[in-house]
Design a protein around this ligand. Structure first.
Ligand code: NAD
Length: 453
């Protein structure tokens, strides 16, 4: 690993990765790589998570294509130096901000969207002129092997490399001096990453998780809300960082929403989801059993059946839960959705505020005042009004958490900015030399005071 990082740093210092032409060429190569391996990616996702082709394309592969196209279209503009105006105190100067690549980037990714979350940050890092080491999750093993094959087949390891392995491998990688660390995963491991990064004072982006609330107001289109919540929750069997973790629904529409959600679950996944070939499974036995544990002693409104053989759990709705129940004490990250009713929105806000800042928040309703109240009083990474998940795929919106759900953001231009250092440059005139900054003389002091005050 030491050798790999040294090789990448040597390559970065050669300056080759910095030019516009090089970046564009590599992004095009990246796109061809995805095209070439698209079928293998579907197979790997099926093997790791039983993802359907539709889900694999819409939530992983399609997002990669559109991100690359967006970068190809805008990179020239983003790379331009940004001139800034000169204030009176800096008369005669010309200043600008230039975007400089950090150098060697480490990207550590989780298993739930193994291609999207390994490759999307890498695309940003390349667009910004860096070299990249990708460490995929060992839990999505087919995807991890394929990532290694795809990348080593396409790029020299001095530029982009995949290092496979688990905790120990990551620990060894973290011993090395990287210039930027981009981590996607749990809040618990995020803390370890940040601690390790501090040894070399390496800047980090942490894309973490948490419990993302969904609030359904009384004046809502119940059917549409139910449809979009069911889609957002049970895509990838709930193993999505921004999936609705739980629902607070106004008591006036509580039963209506439950019934409508049940209808859409059956509509999307059939009456026997365990037999549905397109319904995702749980990544491994540990997570499967953890989720079954969350179902103990709770009231199941719908679903709740599971298959130990296929590691599948039905889309499940649970009711009558409190914050003391285990299902409300950790990020669920599976196809279980607690639904609670409320009468007073202020109480809901106060409860959410008492917990860690979520990665996402969703509001369903048409009450502008309530929407503003929620969005202005609760801190969260990003979210939607009358939808779930959709903000993540918007190229003009930064994607990232706040507080325990993470720090930093990416996607589109925000990826370019994340992987670039903003360097300030001031060019001073040599035609004259204003004396005001120099010591000595009452007049200088008086002028300085006037200019700066
Ligand atoms: P995880 O934190 O267990 O693992 C993430 C990565 O860290 C893996 O590559 C793993 O090998 C490595 N790792 C695990 N333990 C480590 C240790 N002790 N030291 C160093 N490295 C270690 O997360 P996961 O289970 O793969 O993913 C699920 C979590 O990720 C959820 O909390 C979810 O919300 C979050 N997530 C966040 C986003 C986001 O964009 N914000 C996206 C997907 C998942």
């Amino acid at each position: 690993m030491k050798e790999l990082v040294a090789k990448q740093r040597g390559y970065f210092l050669s300056g080759e990765t910095r030019t516009y032409d090089f970046r564009i060429e590599q992004l095009k190569k990246f796109k061809s790589m995805i095209k070439k391996y698209e079928k293998d990616m579907y197979r790997a996702l099926k093997a790791d998570l039983n993802k359907s082709r539709h889900e694999s394309f819409t939530t992983e592969i399609g997002i990669l294509y559109s991100e690359i196209d967006f970068m190809l279209k805008h990179l020239k503009d983003w790379m331009k130096d940004e001139e800034v105006p000169a204030p009176l105190t800096h008369k005669g100067t010309k200043s600008y901000i230039t975007y400089e690549p950090y150098g060697v980037v480490l990207n550590i990714s989780p298993w739930n969207y193994p291609f999207q979350l390994s490759l999307l940050p890498a695309i940003g890092a390349i667009a910004a002129g860096n070299t990249v080491v990708i460490k995929p999750s060992e839990l999505a093993i087919h995807s991890s092997h394929l990532l290694h094959q795809m990348i080593s087949d396409t790029f020299s390891e001095t530029f982009v490399a995949v290092v496979e392995g688990g905790k120990e491998t990551t620990e060894q990688l973290l011993e090395q001096k990287f210039d930027y660390i981009f981590f996607t995963g749990s809040t618990r491991v995020g803390k370890i990453i940040m601690e390790k990064a501090s040894k070399h004072l390496t800047p980090v982006t942490l894309e973490l998780g948490g419990k993302s609330p969904t609030i359904v107001d009384r004046d809502v289109n119940v059917g549409l809300a139910a449809k979009r919540i069911v889609w957002g929750k049970y895509t990838n069997a709930g193993q999505t960082c921004i999936a609705p973790d739980y629902v607070y629904v106004h008591e006036k529409v509580y039963m209506k929403l439950l019934k409508a959600m049940k209808k859409y679950i059956q509509h999307f996944y059939s009456k026997r989801p365990l037999k549905n070939e397109d319904y995702a499974r749980i990544i491994n036995k540990n997570h499967f059993e953890r989720l079954l544990g969350l179902l103990e002693n709770v009231k199941i409104y719908h679903g709740g059946n599971y298959s130990k053989e296929t590691l599948t759990i039905e889309p499940t709705i649970v009711t009558d839960v409190t914050w003391d129940d285990p299902v409300m004490q950790e990020e669920i990250f599976g196809p279980i959705l607690p639904v609670m009713s409320y009468r007073d929105l202020d109480e809901v806000i106060a409860t959410i505020q008492q917990h860690e800042r979520p990665l996402a928040l969703y509001y369903f309703g048409n009450n502008k005042k309530n929407e503003e109240k929620l969005f202005h009083s609760i801190s969260f990474g990003g979210g939607c009004v009358n939808d779930t998940l959709y903000h993540v795929a918007h190229p003009h919106l930064p994607f990232g958490g706040v507080g325990a759900s993470g720090m930093g953001a990416y996607h589109g231009k925000f990826s370019f900015e994340t992987f670039s250092h903003r360097k300030s440059v001031l060019r001073q005139t040599t035609f004259y030399d204003l004396p005001v900054r120099y010591p000595g003389g009452k007049l200088n002091e008086a002028v300085a005071k006037t200019l700066l005050k």
